[in-house]
Design a protein around this ligand. Structure first.
Ligand code: SAM
Length: 225
């Protein structure tokens, strides 16, 4: 099996796929070289059936009909023209090959919520809005797969229920490391105090007994005719 992971980021998912299909070949591509460095350090280099390569999913450097599975997780949300990316992914799929996509929806259930936490969550989903993307794309994958001519499509939504301490730690890490937030700081569009207040709100949330954080998520698979 030959698998392509588009927009692989730090490669955490790609590594898992490589282990599942070994000795099948897996290639992870991302437009961002820094993400690929992280992916290579993230044990990517230790697996003989896995390689990482810098590429734009809008123009994949691969021949037509050359992969059995093309996968993408949490990337399409960022695109103004997701169908162009999907069509390019379908191009490199073999006939009968599988396209698989998984993307979030904006809706999150957060309890107990307060004004600062609402603002903090809004900042988390802001980069997608700014890039002309769509935070609800997870719910629209079925329509996009149909437009791309895929067959036997299965599109489901599910609620991704997080452990409170995990989501709290994840959000705090994202606040501190997201390139988007670093840019806001540099451009003086947000203050360090504000980011600190958001981090504190996630930290407090993580300590509430009975707190709940749930994210709506969509995933689709379809076959190339
Ligand atoms: C939210 S991250 C998801 C990373 C990974 N799939 C995961 O779920 O852990 C989105 C990734 O898509 C990449 N990306 C955005 N536009 C891209 C493009 N045109 N071509 C390739 N990768 C792209 C970004 O660099 C980023 O690493």
């Amino acid at each position: 099996m030959r698998v392509l992971d588009c927009g692989c980021g730090p490669g955490t998912i790609t590594v898992g796929i490589a282990d599942m299909v070994a000795p099948g070949q897996v290639i992870g591509v991302d437009i961002n070289a820094e993400q690929l460095d992280v992916a290579r350090k993230n044990q990517g280099d230790a697996r003989p059936n896995l390689t990482f390569q810098q590429a734009d999913v809008m123009q994949l450097p691969f021949a037509d009909n050359s992969f059995d599975v093309v996968f993408e997780h949490a990337m399409l949300n960022h695109f103004a023209d997701p169908l162009a990316a999907i069509n390019e992914q379908v191009r490199v799929l073999k006939p009968g090959g599988i396209l698989a996509s998984s993307n979030g929806c904006r809706e999150a259930f957060i309890f107990p919520e307060n004004k600062v936490l609402t603002e903090a969550f809004d900042l988390y989903i802001q980069p997608v809005r700014d890039s002309g993307g769509d935070n609800d794309r997870g719910g629209k994958l079925g329509e996009l797969f149909n437009k791309a001519g895929l067959k036997n499509i299965r599109h489901t939504l599910f609620a991704d229920n997080w452990q409170i301490d995990e989501i709290s730690a994840y959000m705090i890490r994202a606040l501190k490391t997201n390139a988007y937030n670093q840019r806001l700081l540099k451009d003086e569009k947000i203050t360090q105090d504000k980011l600190q207040a958001y981090a504190q709100a996630w930290d407090d949330f993580g300590k509430v007994n009975g707190a709940c954080f749930c994210f709506l998520w969509g995933r689709a698979v379809g076959f190339k005719a």
